[in-house]
Write a protein of this length. Sequence first.
Length: 337
Amino acid sequence: MSADPVRAIADAVLYEGYILWPYRRSALKNRQRWTFGGIYPRAHSEGREDDPWQLRTECLLEAGPGATVDVEVRFLHVVERQVHRRSASGLEPVSELELGGERHLSWEEATERELRADRLLVGELSETSLRIPLEIEAGSSPEELHDTDGSHAGTIVRSWQGLEGSVEIGVERLGDRLFRLGVSVSNETPWGGGEREAVMALTLCSSHVVIRATGGEFVSLTDPPAELAGEAEACTNEGAWPVLVGEPGELGTVLCSPIILEDHPRIAPESPGDLFDGGEIDGMLVLNILSLTEEEKAEMRASDPKAREILDRTEALSEDELMALHGTIREFSQVNR
């Protein structure tokens, strides 16, 4: 788990729903992935209300002269993992390949993408907005597979599609020290039609924005002060909702999340690590993982590198760490009868 509490929360948002229990390719609930925070190609989104091509988020910032902001846009980019078996005629694509008792499965993974703009002067942004192009070239990466005798027995090819879009950052001055900061993320990747799996390869999945202020403080949109309630209500948020993150009381960072969160969300210290399934209880997921058969564990390992990490981490838990997952009382409060 990240030592930075802001990064830990942002990572949890980034990977929510990435792969769900029982963490295997064959599981029905893993047939449709990348369900949170998608920004789809504009040509695909036209006429589809549920598949937006743009994320828009706004928040309130109280700042003095010389205040700056750092803006970070993060998302997952789908990567196709295709296994090839080596034969006399060359490499042929296969659904799976077993070598030395280890299975290799064709499926999908994802890689993290980030676009940053640091030390932006708030005062300058109120005069002219900043547009940053988002350009990722298509590519591929091969990984050779070897048999127990060291011979080249196959290859895993990981490939990804190119992405095009932009990030626009602007500020509206509302008072001497009050600003409305807006960030828009757009997906302009060309789209010629096809099945949903094809469009997901061109989608900015699990998209969210992290904004840090220096020389200023953000206003909670969840619970704004009475004198700023009107300005908070006027903020436009489509596809993301800004919440304060960091230690309770800190006002310098907001996470614009596609998942509804409260201000200053926290990850339980007893958590054994991200399980990508916030709708379930960590303790229950851990016990379910430990109860898998060896065959099921083998498929879990082969389904995704992050699923392998979950399994290895879970099997390494001590008895004390397992017991800590069965319930912790954070605080007591008196109930008046």
